[in-house]
Design a protein around this ligand. Structure first.
Ligand code: MG
Length: 159
């Protein structure tokens, strides 16, 4: 069996009066992400995990933040393109696991929606999409509500 694993990591800064998108879902919040795209840091980490499986670099390389083409882009579109790349290489997504570190707001009410949205784009059932959220107990830049940190792991199998 040909299986591959990859990991991804991303951070975005928080600022007042910006939209907060995480895992393809809009999260009601007083702060949102400073970014060239819609700032969906969870999807960015997931894209990097999938690209890492195939040693294809990272999303910054694929979708440069200097390009107007990707300005304000819906990150779900970036994930769709990365999944298409996985399929082009003859692989299908096995499962993914995402950990989001954010002090506030509480993400628990939004986890189910994130799993649903991501599973649809990844072409898998929701039991293959894990999304976990944690605070950092007020420690570090996450704890000071200055930013959000995400780790993602992806496994793909030769179709
Ligand atoms: Mg990013």
């Amino acid at each position: 069996m040909d299986i591959r694993i990859g990991n991804g990591y991303d951070v975005h800064a928080l600022a007042p009066d910006l939209p907060m998108w995480l895992g393809g879902v809009h999260i009601p919040s007083e702060t949102g992400f400073v970014a060239h795209s819609d700032g969906d840091v969870a999807i960015h980490a997931l894209c990097d995990a999938l690209l890492g499986c195939l040693a294809l670099g990272d999303i910054g390389h694929l979708f440069p933040d200097t390009s107007d083409e990707w300005k304000g882009v819906d990150s779900k579109l970036l994930l769709e393109k990365v999944v298409a790349l996985v399929h082009e290489h003859g692989y299908a997504v096995g499962n993914v696991d995402i950990t989001i570190a954010l002090q506030r707001p509480k993400l628990a009410p939004h986890i189910a929606a994130m799993r649903q949205v991501l599973a649809r784009i990844l072409g898998v059932t929701q039991d293959r999409v894990s999304v976990k959220a944690t605070t950092t107990e007020r420690l570090g830049f996450v704890g000071r509500c200055e930013g959000c940190e995400v780790w993602a792991t992806a496994l793909i199998t030769k179709a």
